[in-house]
Write a protein that binds this ligand. Structure first.
Ligand code: BGC
Length: 260
C-alpha cells in the first residue's frame, strides 16, 4: 500500500532546527523529528541549507505536500522584519520566496510562537478555547501568540515588553535560568513579574506555556499566581512543527515556487 504523504513542519529556533512530517488527522508527528543545531552564524544561507537537508531527509514521507517553516522573528507576508535571536541578515529577507525556490515546493513562513499557538489551539492545551488565549513560549527568547475566539492576531512580540527597565526576555527566558543557574523559585519570581504585567495589559482567559522547559512545568507553574488558568503546552516542543504544518495546509495559499 502506498504511504500517505504528509505536510512537513520545520521549526527554526535560536538553538535548534527541528523538522518532521505531520499527521494532521491526529495532530501528531508522523515520524520522529530530525534536529540539527542552529549554526553559530545563523545567516539565511546557512539556515536554508539545513532546512533543505531536513526536507530531503523526509522527501519520501512528504511528496509534494506543502511545507510550513517557523522563524523566531516577526514575519509579514513571508518577509522577515526582526531578528532578536537569529542573524540580523534575515531582516528584509523574503523567506517565503527563498525557501520555496530552494525546496521547489510551496512554503508558508510564520513566527515560531504563532506556529506553536496554532498547534496548541488545534491539537493541544487550547483546543476549543474561546475568548483570549495567550500562548507563551519560553526558550532562547520569550515568544507570544494571541488568539481571540480561535483567530490568530499575528506577531504579538510580548517577550520584548520593557519591565523594570529590562526587556522581559532578557530577564525571564528559559535560557536565562540556565545561564544564570537560577533556582526554579528564582526563575518563577521573574516569570511572575512578567505574567502579572501581561495579565494587567491583556486579561487573557487562558495562558498556555510552551517551549522545551514546558516538559518540566510542574517545577515552576505551581509557583505562579495569576488570574487566568495557566497550563503547560500539551504538544511540548513539537507544537511549532505541528502548527507550521497545519498553517501550510490551512492558511492563505503561499506563493508558488519559482521552479518545479
Ligand atoms: C522574537 C520572537 C520569537 C521569540 C521566541 C523573540 O526574541 O522576537 O519573534 O517568537 O523570540 O523565539
Amino acid at each position: 500500500m502506498p504511504t500517505a504523504h504528509h505536510p512537513l513542519g520545520i521549526d527554526i529556533g535560536g538553538s535548534g532546527i527541528k523538522g518532521a512530517p505531520v499527521n494532521l488527522d491526529k495532530g501528531q508527528l508522523a515520524k520522529d523529528r530530525l534536529r540539527r543545531d542552529t549554526p553559530k552564524l545563523s545567516s539565511p544561507a546557512a539556515v536554508v541549507d539545513i532546512v533543505a537537508q531536513i526536507a530531503a531527509h523526509f522527501a519520501g514521507d512528504t511528496g509534494d505536500s506543502p511545507i510550513g517553516v517557523t522563524l523566531p522573528a516577526v514575519v509579514t507576508n513571508g518577509v522577515v522584519r526582526t531578528a532578536a535571536n537569529i542573524d540580523p541578515a534575515w531582516i528584509g529577507t523574503d523567506a517565503r520566496k527563498l525557501l520555496s525556490d530552494r525546496l521547489g515546493r510551496p512554503v508558508t513562513v510564520v513566527n515560531d510562537a504563532d506556529a506553536a499557538g496554532l498547534g496548541e489551539l488545534h491539537f493541544g492545551a487550547a483546543r476549543g478555547a474561546n475568548g483570549l488565549v495567550l500562548m507563551s513560549t519560553l526558550g532562547t527568547g520569550i515568544g507570544s501568540a494571541l488568539f481571540y475566539d480561535g483567530t490568530l492576531v499575528p506577531n504579538s512580540e510580548l517577550g520584548h515588553l520593557e519591565i523594570d527597565g529590562h526587556e522581559a526576555e532578557h530577564r525571564a527566558a528559559s535560557i536565562v535560568r540556565e545561564d544564570k543557574n537560577l533556582s526554579w523559585q528564582e526563575w518563577a519570581d521573574r516569570l511572575q513579574r512578567y505574567y502579572s504585567h501581561v495579565e494587567d495589559l491583556l486579561w487573557p482567559d487562558l495562558i498556555v506555556v510552551g517551549g522545551g522547559v514546558s516538559k518540566k512545568a510542574d517545577k515552576f507553574l505551581p509557583l505562579l499566581d495569576v488570574r487566568a488558568p495557566i497550563v503547560a503546552a500539551q504538544l511540548q516542543n513539537s507544537a511549532g512543527i505541528i502548527g507550521a504544518a497545519w498553517l501550510a495546509c490551512n492558511g492563505p495559499s503561499p506563493a508558488p515556487p519559482a521552479k518545479a
